[in-house]
Design a protein around this ligand. Structure first.
Ligand code: 4NP
Length: 161
């Protein structure tokens, strides 16, 4: 049986999407679904290819028990549209970048990750704000939003398994 696969996409693949990757992977592992769900992340920009996640993202994630030092940034690829059941962008600009790629025949779910948010505290957020040029609060907010959306995404995927 093939796995259900999820790709998280941001701009640099060093802050938001690797955080989503690590958080969602942790939830998948904790539910014993490692063999059934494949998780990956990438960026639409090429500046940080091959780099580990931003140290600030790593530190904030680690404080909540998520390890992400094994991840390395990569660029989105046309072939991702053949590989992934879900391609979830952190913001509208990255979603537009993805839609401008060769995905006319994409049969999976391409959309905004925060469409899966269910916590009313975050109802005002349709995008995960880019924390790169900001302070600690931004990284903490990224984690709050990602934990919430990941919980619902996993619930919906489990229904399909
Ligand atoms: P990310 O954050 O898209 O969440 O990885 C950024 C990282 C780097 C840059 C922009 C956003 N940058 O301009 O280098």
């Amino acid at each position: 049986m093939s796995k259900i696969s999820v790709l998280f996409v941001c701009l640099g693949n060093i802050c938001r999407s690797p955080t989503a990757h690590a958080v969602f992977q942790s939830m998948v592992d904790k539910q014993g679904l490692t063999d059934k769900i494949f998780v990956d992340s990438c960026g639409t920009g090429d500046w940080h290819i091959g780099r580990a996640p931003d140290p600030r993202s790593q530190q904030h994630a680690l404080e909540r028990g998520y390890q992400m030092d094994n991840l390395r940034a990569r660029l989105v690829d046309d072939n991702d549209f053949n590989q992934f059941d879900y391609i979830l962008a952190m913001d509208k600009q990255n979603l537009a970048n993805l839609k401008s790629m060769n995905c006319q025949v994409y049969t999976g779910q391409l959309g905004l990750f925060l469409d899966f948010c269910r916590n009313s505290n975050y109802a005002d957020y349709s995008e995960v704000p880019d924390p790169y040029y900001g302070g600690d609060q931004g990284f903490s907010l990224v984690l709050n939003l990602i934990e919430d959306a990941s919980t619902e995404l996993l619930r919906q995927i489990v229904e399909r398994l």
